[in-house]
Design a protein around this ligand. Structure first.
Ligand code: UAG
Ligand code: ATP
Length: 496
């Protein structure tokens, strides 16, 4: 492992057996190799003593430490996150080299596309695992992701890939977020991807990447790292695809809605409803396909998934289309909540201006009454997107109810005011409401809905908590909607 860590300086003698890799002192157990990572809130170097008390036998650090303990090996490196990534790959025996690893990146639609690829490969008899925001599998049935990260830190990624390999998987689908791909976190630095899939690139995470160009550059790392025999699956309707195609050695398979030169698959949407879309999909042959999820963006996700699965399995994409009608969606995405009420209620995970732009005009087409939208914006994350979310929402909705998403340590009302600053043509107290308490906000929206209206609760989806200054508070978006409906006398029918 020493070769992978590449220390600039080694202190202490011996070669203690390493039983686990840890970057948080609170996770350290006897035999751990502890990585002191500089962070945004604190610095891992402050927790070296804590790690040693808990049984760490060696420490990787960037800066000089106040003291060095006898019997412990200290490895000073230039970049501890980079070292963590390299060590994780070695510790788990380079599992990504024994698997076909498909990386899915993009601003929106990563989890959906990841889960679709996972299902398509499984349906064609491939043993596969997946890592994504919502669902996680090391070869068995998918379970909720136990972490608060979409792309986990390197030890978790390589550990999960190793478990997939042990379980007999030949393939893995990994949601590759821009944070995960960034050299600043190095979470995916030592994962060997053979297929890269792009959904889209719009505005998000500017607080982390600093500019759209850097955000795109970081996402581009997935495609730059692909081998010549790999495949880059690109959305030809997205302006960033040309940029990415120029930066990959891999073969390109393009997809899009409508005829596109060079598209390996493209779709014409013939009929669409809140239940899904009937499409003609054109490839080497033309096939009629029912996409069982609402919105053209889901047709795009399905095309991306079919190409991603086919590229990874070394098969023709057309063979995967027959399974599309049987795909399952990710929980909390366009989930309809029914309790006999005469208006539509949808829970969805849209939390970017790009997702709002696709979702709201789509739903608008099927709603005769008013569109009542409940959402917020994450605290301590991209502030520049807040007025953009407000602008898109106010363009399509008659009523906007602003509420907590994950305020973290920020002033809750200040976040809502920043979103409200972008809302155009709405009147506070009549069509614009700021209600930080999310349960109350949902109650207000459901309470004002009349026959033919639609209530859209956005941004929480499947998530099980709201992160406040005091930490995570348990949350269930669908449950909160059901409570609000029950308060008006609409209850889900219960069986015996
Ligand atoms: C904003 C962000 O990227 N945060 C990540 C970052 O945290 P941080 O810089 O605040 O860390 P810190 O709290 O300052 O601590 C520094 C170090 O001291 C360690 N520590 C801290 C306390 C202690 O008692 N002992 C100890 O050892 C910490 O574990 C850490 O290694 O470093 C941590 C350890 O590497 C990550 O777990 C953490 O991800 C958090 C959970 C997070 O919310 N990340 C989000 C932004 C994220 O990664 N999102 C992307 C994109 C999502 C999407 O687009 O869908 C994702 O892939 O999930
Ligand atoms: N292709 C797409 N284009 C735009 N919006 C989309 C697309 N696919 C899904 N969405 C919207 O984005 C939301 C999140 O979808 P999904 O979880 O698949 O994306 P994600 O990229 O994994 O999100 P995140 O990584 O931020 O958790 C959906 O609820 C939907 O509103």
């Amino acid at each position: 492992m020493l070769d992978a860590i590449k220390p600039e300086e080694v202190r202490g003698e011996g070669d203690p057996p390493v039983r686990l890799l840890a970057y948080d002192s609170r996770d350290v157990e006897s035999g751990a190799l502890f990585f002191a990572l500089p962070g945004l809130h604190t610095d891992g170097h402050r927790f070296v003593q804590d790690a040693l008390e808990r049984g760490a036998v060696a420490v990787v650090h960037e800066r000089e430490l106040p003291s060095y303990r006898e019997g412990v090996v200290y490895l000073r490196v230039k970049n501890a996150r980079r070292a963590l990534s390299a060590a994780s790959a070695v510790f788990y025996g380079h599992p990504s080299q024994d698997l076909e690893v498909i990386g899915v990146t993009g601003t929106d639609g990563k989890s959906s596309t990841t889960y679709f690829i996972y299902q398509l490969l499984r349906a064609s008899g491939v043993k596969v695992g997946c890592i994504s925001t919502a669902l996680f599998s090391t070869g068995g049935e998918p379970e909720p992701n136990p972490l608060r990260q979409s792309t986990p830190e390197a030890p978790f990624v390589h550990g999960a890939l190793a478990r997939m390999r042990e379980a007999g998987c030949t393939h893995a689908v990994v949601e590759a977020t821009s944070h995960g791909l960034s050299p600043r976190t190095a979470r995916l630095e030592d994962v060997r991807f053979t297929v890269g899939v792009l959904t889209n690139i719009t505005h998000e995470h500017m607080e982390f990447h600093g500019s759209f160009e850097q955000y795109r550059e970081d996402k581009g790392r997935l495609f730059r790292g692909l081998p010549e025999e790999g495949k880059a699956v690109l959305n030809l309707d997205d302006p960033s695809s040309g940029f990415l195609a120029e930066r990959t050695r891999a073969g390109v398979w393009g997809y899009g809605l409508g005829a596109r030169e060079g598209a390996r698959l493209w779709a014409e949407v013939r009929e669409e409803s809140l239940a899904g879309s009937r499409c003609l999909v054109h490839g080497r042959e033309t096939l009629e396909v029912w996409v069982p999820f609402p919105g053209r963006f889901n047709v795009e996700n399905v095309l991306a998934a079919v190409l991603g699965a086919a590229a990874a399995a070394g098969k023709e994409p057309e063979g995967f289309l027959s399974h599309v009608p049987h795909l399952e969606g990710v929980p909390g995405r366009m989930e309809r909540v029914e309790a006999g009420q005469p208006f539509l209620v949808l829970v969805d995970y849209a939390h970017t201006p790009g997702a709002f732009e696709k979702l709201l005009p789509f739903v608008r087409r099927f709603v005769e009454g008013r569109l009542i939208v409940v959402f917020g914006s994450a605290g301590e994350r991209d502030r520049t997107k807040r007025p953009m979310q407000g602008r898109v929402a106010s363009r399509w909705a008659e009523v906007v109810v602003l509420t907590d998403e994950d305020p973290r340590g920020e002033d809750r009302m200040a976040i809502l005011r920043e979103i409200a600053a972008g809302c155009e043509g709405l009147m506070e107290g009549e069509s614009l409401f700021m209600v930080p308490d999310r349960r109350e906000a949902i109650g207000l929206a459901v309470g004002m809905a009349r026959e033919g209206d639609a209530v859209l609760c956005l941004g929480k989806g499947h998530e099980r908590s709201i992160v406040t200054a005091e930490g995570p508070v348990a949350w269930d978006e669908v449950g909160a909607v059901r409570e609000a409906l029950a308060a008006r006398g609409w209850r889900e029918e219960q069986g015996l």
